[in-house]
Design a protein around this ligand. Structure first.
Ligand code: FAD
Ligand code: SIN
Length: 530
């Protein structure tokens, strides 16, 4: 039997941009416990390169940013959510400045770079390593706050709900989470009056992904199992330019390289092929278009990669704008100031997720959610570059504000049953986990990737059905480990993606299927109900 923690008011699952934003806001009035799988900097936030989109230039307007977001989202966005986030951007940037994020400046003003799908320069950034600067500043503030307790190396397994009360109830309210202490191997009960889910995306469902190893859709799968609706999971974003390198598998080459003039070429023919796919916007077309163009060139010409070239810009300009990328490529023997960079598309962002409203409320009483694990209506069928960190700040704050506003109506947690380990033993075949993990990522890449067909999706569905039985048997027989918890969640997320993709009988934004190439007149969310 594991320990119980109850000396806090609110539980936050995740220490990325969304989780720490919520925690800092809540900590002004409440005691907050933040749990993270692995280290406190292990989420996608620390890896973000390009920056944060915000209307800060006098020549730009909220309407422009709203329009760009909805054009990228192919009309599937919820306009109210788009307005809410975009109009919240200047305040979010101010707060980050107060926390000491050293954004690049030019003559005192914030320097704004450009990325695909944006009609104006509006991306604030810290060189080409914005995420690390943001993560560090948020973490420093959280560590200094006496009302925040940070517990890394805790892998949440499932929410504690009414079913886990000593006095059983089927109502479905959330009272915190059971989490595996990765250091002791014991399962702890973290009971709370309110819980904020901020556990990031499900990118690791795919063989090639820019996301960190822990992006296994844990939060989405946990919320689904507890009874929350999940929507638009078929809208999986592929970034057009991940470095192609046999040793370094998931290094992103930021979209800002194209924003600052980078061009795409077919290495076999030398053609600047974006002319054929989007002659007006060329390399700065929205991500889905550029990713499909790269994929098409690679498949059509039997290539391993395409070329991204910024060597026509002065060497000093390139080094000054992209110091991290320049250093990394130099260490791999590529001089981006003189030669093109070999790139391929890779999974990058989970647009779908747990359904939330503008107060970050989920369907489950007691559970709020923010960030990449959610579907708030902001991104629609395709996320506009650099809108996701912004969503984390705005919805992280919204969750905290709503919890504080409703505090007096939230009941004290009841007595909760301990984690039941009476029917499990230690696993004797860890190889099963590794095998299944690789298999899922491979068939998701091959059958549920950038270009889909119903036949391929059906194949993936069949594989998932077979694996589900095996993984559930394994889960029911052996003591949990982080690998096993992740495998179960990865498979659950893959099932939600495939189900959603099969349900959409059209091509829209990131979901492109050869069987339904047309876009229907009416844009409708794919909402899955548990
Ligand atoms: P994350 O930062 O991913 O944090 C998730 C947290 O949840 C982590 O602390 C993790 O440990 C924890 N967690 C997960 N599962 C569990 C569990 N079972 N139990 C306990 N804790 C758990 N967006 C932009 O807007 N601009 C950019 O320039 C940009 N660049 C990017 C570059 C890369 C390489 C990548 C991968 C993404 C980029 N994105 C960018 C997307 C953006 O970084 C993410 O969408 C955003 O950081 C997500 O933040 P989050 O707080 O929702 O989740
Ligand atoms: C990038 O820097 O290209 C990533 C930006 C994003 O994912 O929003």
């Amino acid at each position: 039997m594991g320990e119980t923690t109850q000396d806090h008011d609110v539980l936050v699952i995740g220490s990325g941009a969304a989780g720490l934003t919520a925690a800092l806001e809540l900590a002004e009035h409440k005691r907050v416990l933040v749990l993270a799988k692995g280290s406190l900097t292990g989420g996608s936030t620390a890896w973000a390169q390009g920056g944060i989109a915000a209307v800060l230039d006098a020549g730009d307007t909220f309407d422009n940013h709203i329009r760009d977001t909805m054009v990228a989202g192919a009309g599937l966005n919820d306009r109210a959510a788009v307005e809410f986030v975009i109009e919240g951007a200047p305040k979010a940037i101010d707060r980050l400045c107060e926390l000491g994020v050293p954004f690049n400046r030019e003559s005192g003003d914030l320097h704004l770079t450009r990325e695909g799908g944006h009609s104006h320069r509006r991306i604030v950034h810290v060189d080409d390593a914005t995420g690390w600067a943001v993560q560090s500043a948020l973490l420093k503030a959280a560590e200094a706050n006496p009302n925040i307790t940070l517990l890394p190396h805790r892998t949440c397994i499932d929410f504690i709900t009414d079913r886990h009360r000593e006095q059983f109830s089927a109502a479905g309210r959330v009272w915190g989470a059971y989490a595996l202490n990765e250091e002791t191997g014991r399962v702890e009960r973290h009971v709370a009056r309110a819980t904020v889910l901020a556990a990031g995306g499900a990118g690791r469902c795919y063989l090639f992904s820019t996301a960190p190893r822990g992006a296994t859709g844990d939060g989405i799968a946990m919320a689904w199992r507890a009874g929350a609706r999940v929507s638009n999971m078929e809208m999986m974003q592929f970034h057009p330019t991940c470095l192609y390198n046999l040793e370094v598998k998931n290094f992103l080459i930021t979209e800002a390289v194209r924003g600052e003039g980078g061009r795409l070429f077919n290495p076999a023919t030398g053609e600047r092929y974006m002319e054929k796919y989007d002659p007006e916007r060329m390399e700065l077309a929205p991500r889905d278009i550029v990713a499909r163009a790269n994929d098409d060139q690679i498949k059509r010409h039997g290539l391993d990669y395409v070329h991204l070239d910024i060597s026509h810009q002065p060497a000093e300009f390139v080094k000054e704008h992209f110091p991290t990328i320049h250093e990394k490529l130099t260490s791999l023997g590529i001089d981006m100031t003189k030669e093109p960079i070999p790139v391929v598309p890779a999974q990058h962002y989970t647009c779908g997720g747990v359904v939330v409203d503008l107060k970050a409320r989920t369907d489950l009483p007691g559970l709020w959610a923010a960030g990449e694990c959610t579907e708030s209506g902001l991104h629609g069928a395709n996320r506009l570059a650099s809108n996701s960190l912004l969503e984390c700040f705005v919805f992280g704050e919204a969750a905290a504000d709503d919890i504080l506003a409703r505090w007096d109506t939230l009941e004290e947690p009841p007595a909760i049953l301990p984690w039941d380990e009476s029917r499990v033993t230690d696993s004797d075949e860890e190889v099963v986990i590794k095998q299944n993990w690789t298999e899922i990522r491979r068939f998701m890449w091959n059958y549920v990737g950038i270009v889909r067909t119903t036949k391929r999706l059906e194949r993936a569905k069949h594989r998932i059905e077979l694996l589900k039985q095996e993984v559930e048997d394994y889960y029911g027989s052996f003591r949990v480990t982080t690998d096993l918890i992740e495998l179960r969640n990865l498979l659950q997320s893959a099932e939600l993606i495939v189900k959603s993709a099969l349900a959409r009988k059209e091509s829209r934004g990131l979901h492109y299927t050869m069987d339904y190439p047309e876009t229907l007149e009416e844009a409708r969310d794919t909402v899955l109900v548990p």
